[in-house]
Design a protein around this ligand. Structure first.
Ligand code: PYC
Length: 311
């Protein structure tokens, strides 16, 4: 039996696992994530995939932080594997911890495998995260995409690696989800095949396509996640990557507000500051709501204990 709390952040689901019973040691979160992936991948599958979960779900394993100034440590995972950071998931985690009475409104530090982030819990259902330093790695990279021609975009880091397309094949709305998914999946595949990577050869596993805003924001985005599901929210790490590109292009100043809409109409309000090294530190604000407090059950005779993929 495993206690989980499900929430959604601007439409994107998060499943917080409060006590996974996994022995990951007490090293840095990056090390514990590697142990999780190496020794406990069945756990990831059983929590995230059908029949207990679904392809769009992001898991958040609540861990003891190594840095005792942090309120929590967290390792994010999804239908495909493990994430560095997750913006919507951190907002979901903060709202979940508030729901449990474990944190109060105010500022809290959260340890992740890619660094410490802070979260300002504004109310029971609203939080603002200050993400890890984000940056544009490569400007205007052109990739030859089978069936879609040449596609140009920027490569940027926002806690995960993103390819940010400079054009869209169709409007960014719920009527074009299949077309957007096909286009972004083809780009993901082409980047892999053509060995176009982030820094240190790291895979660019998230694709962002931008279009005109429909709900009073500055831009609307479609974000394809590594496992083939699209982000229902504007994607916190993706919005961070977008801010890094806008800053690099000199079109968004520190402190200037940027409202990123998602393909399903969710909104993140974002801005950035520069740290003492001149790096961009993005802030992302959004709402989350707890939707389920449940126990996952595992029967020894259940043939689907390890879950199954549908995309
Ligand atoms: O909000 O950073 C995010 C995120 C990453 C993958 C899904 N959501």
């Amino acid at each position: 039996m495993l206690r989980v709390i499900d929430s959604h952040t601007e439409g994107e689901p998060t499943r917080v696992v409060l006590e996974g019973g996994l022995d990951l040691g007490n090293g840095p979160l990056s090390e514990r994530r590697a142990i999780f992936a190496r020794d406990h991948d069945r756990f990831r599958r059983s929590v995230i995939l059908e029949p207990r979960g679904h392809e769009a779900l992001v898991g958040a394993l609540f861990c003891e932080p190594q840095d005792k100034s942090c309120a929590a440590g967290v390792i994010f995972f999804n239908n495909e594997g493990y994430l560095g950071m997750c913006g919507h998931g951190t907002i979901g985690l903060a709202v979940t911890l508030a729901h449990l009475g474990r944190i109060a409104p105010g500022r809290h530090r959260i340890e992740t495998p890619v660094g410490i982030v802070t979260v300002d819990l504004a109310s029971a259902n609203e939080a603002e995260i200050e993400n890890v330093p984000s940056y544009r790695h490569a400007d205007s990279v052109t990739v030859d995409v089978a069936g879609h021609g040449l596609v140009t975009g920027d490569v940027a880091w926002g806690g995960n690696w993103f390819f940010l397309c400079k054009s869209t094949p169709c409007p960014i709305d719920e009527h074009h989800l299949a077309d957007l998914t096909a286009h972004a999946s083809a780009i993901q595949k082409a980047l892999r095949e053509q060995h176009i990577t982030g820094a240190l050869g790291q895979e660019i596993d998230h694709i962002e396509i931008f279009g005109a805003p429909l709900a009073g924001g500055d831009s609307r985005s479609f974000v394809l996640c590594p496992g083939g599901a699209f982000d229902r929210s504007p994607c916190g790490t993706g919005t961070s990557a977008k801010l890094a590109c806008l800053a690099a292009d000199g079109v968004l100043s520190p402190g200037q507000r940027w409202i990123q809409e998602s393909v399903t109409g969710g909104r993140f309000t974002a801005s950035y500051r520069r740290d003492s090294h001149g790096q961009i530190i993005p802030s992302i604000r959004g709402r989350a709501f707890v939707v389920k407090d449940a126990n996952l059950l595992f029967h020894p005779d259940d043939p689907y204990t390890d879950g199954f993929r549908t995309v």
